[in-house]
Design a protein around this ligand. Structure first.
Ligand SMILES: Cc1ncc(COP(=O)(O)O)c(C=O)c1O
Length: 381
């Protein structure tokens, strides 16, 4: 029924497969590969992406919430799933019932899980997160030993992983801060393992660090944005070149398409859209696009972005409203009602990249993708 839709998000299976294979080449077979599919797979469609990732042999999936993990289990996905975000105390039983691995850093969580392990007679595998300088989630390294000992003395709880997360690897080509985080992480691992058993899975990497810091002791790599065909930042790409590493060949996976809702001829001197922020300087043909900020098309793209029509660029005129915006198609002949438009992705030789929209909207490619309304159908092509 995709042809009847006014708007759709297309997911290129071949691009996704290509990106997964590029990262597998980098990660190798000895390390585990976790595909980060949180935030509706960065806007690409949780189930659609997870299905392809699992069929390509990805070992683990990473979600933000228990709900996302449960949706994957409902879809019949059986690979290990790690909840990277916060699992509320009231959601722990469901997480355990669905065999989701949890990231833990609060004593209250451990206590609840210990009670569940006894009541449900189940082994519950946990990933302890250690704070190394992002100050977001994690146990202070000086408390780590006691935290892990407390887990290990509780029947049924198993420390399967030790994780952390980089704060400042994407935004710069100078990597002294992440190197310091790495040192904090390493010394936390050393201390922990000196006083007890080894932790099977050690993981701190994201896309940028998988590319830039192929540290041998990390035996699980958590890759998000790269799977979707984006570099985390220009700085990451540049760092890769400065390190004389061959850049991965990544291909954007997502295209966002819509159909023209009306073609409108307006005179010179007409004000377009809310706030009268654009005034035509010539007789103008407008395409009315039935997409707005509710769909995730950022209001910051008002009077700034382009869309593609018949392989040509058409500038956005006036403000992006909740459900509509207008684009100037005066110079593009032969456009008809319901012709296809490309908001993101390629049409002929032109391409609108998520990074282009991000720089116009004052954000990053991650946000442009992740905020595409999940209600818009995702179609694998
Ligand atoms: C804990 C954690 N690990 C891994 C990732 C993946 O990062 P990236 O998309 O840069 O690969 C994220 C993304 O925000 C994350 O929060």
């Amino acid at each position: 029924m995709a042809g009847a839709l006014v708007e759709r998000v297309e997911i290129s299976r071949s691009a996704l497969v290509r990106n997964i294979r590029e990262f597998r080449r980098l990660i190798g077979r000895k390390r585990k590969f976790l595909a980060v599919v949180k935030a509706n797979a960065y806007g690409h469609g949780l189930l659609e992406v997870a299905g392809v990732a699992v069929s390509e042999g990805v070992d683990w999936l990473g979600v933000n919430s228990v709900d996302e993990g449960a949706a994957l289990r409902d879809a019949g996905i059986e690979v290990p799933i790690l909840v990277l975000g916060y699992a509320p105390l009231a959601g722990l039983e469901e997480a355990v019932a669905r065999d989701l691995r949890l990231t833990v850093y609060n004593r209250e969580t451990v206590k609840r899980l210990a009670a569940l392990a006894v009541r449900l007679r189940k082994n519950i595998r946990l990933h302890v997160k250690v704070e190394t300088g992002t100050w977001r989630q994690g146990v202070d390294p000086k408390d780590l030993g006691a935290f892990v000992r407390d887990i290990r003395k509780r029947p049924g709880l198993v420390v399967e992983g030790l994780s952390s997360h980089f704060a400042n690897i994407e935004d710069t080509t100078k990597h002294d801060y992440p190197r310091r985080q790495l040192e904090v992480y390493r010394s936390a691992c050393r201390e922990l393992e000196a006083g007890g058993p080894r932790v099977p899975l050690k993981h701190m990497s994201c896309t940028a660090s998988t590319i830039l810091f192929p540290e041998p002791e990390f035996n699980l790599a958590r890759v998000g944005i790269g799977l979707y065909g984006l570099w985390p930042s220009k700085e990451t790409y540049l760092s890769c070149l400065l390190d004389k590493k061959e850049p991965l060949s990544l291909e954007p996976v997502l295209s966002w398409k819509a159909r023209i809702a009306q073609i409108k001829r307006v005179p010179a001197g007409a004000y377009i859209g809310y706030g009268c922020t654009y005034r035509t300087s010539r007789p103008t043909v407008l395409a009315v696009v039935p997409v707005g900020y509710f769909d995730g098309y950022d209001r910051g793209l008002s009077n700034a972005a382009h869309i593609l029509v018949k392989g040509r660029r058409a500038p956005v005129r006036g403000r992006v409203a909740m459900d509509f915006f207008m684009a100037d198609i005066t110079d593009i002949p032969g456009v008809k009602l319901e012709d296809e438009l490309t908001l993101l992705g390629a049409d002929g030789r032109e391409r609108i990249a998520a990074e282009d929209l991000a720089s116009l909207a004052g954000t990053i490619g991650y946000e442009i993708l992740a905020r595409i309304n999940p209600l818009i159908p995702r179609v694998i092509v």
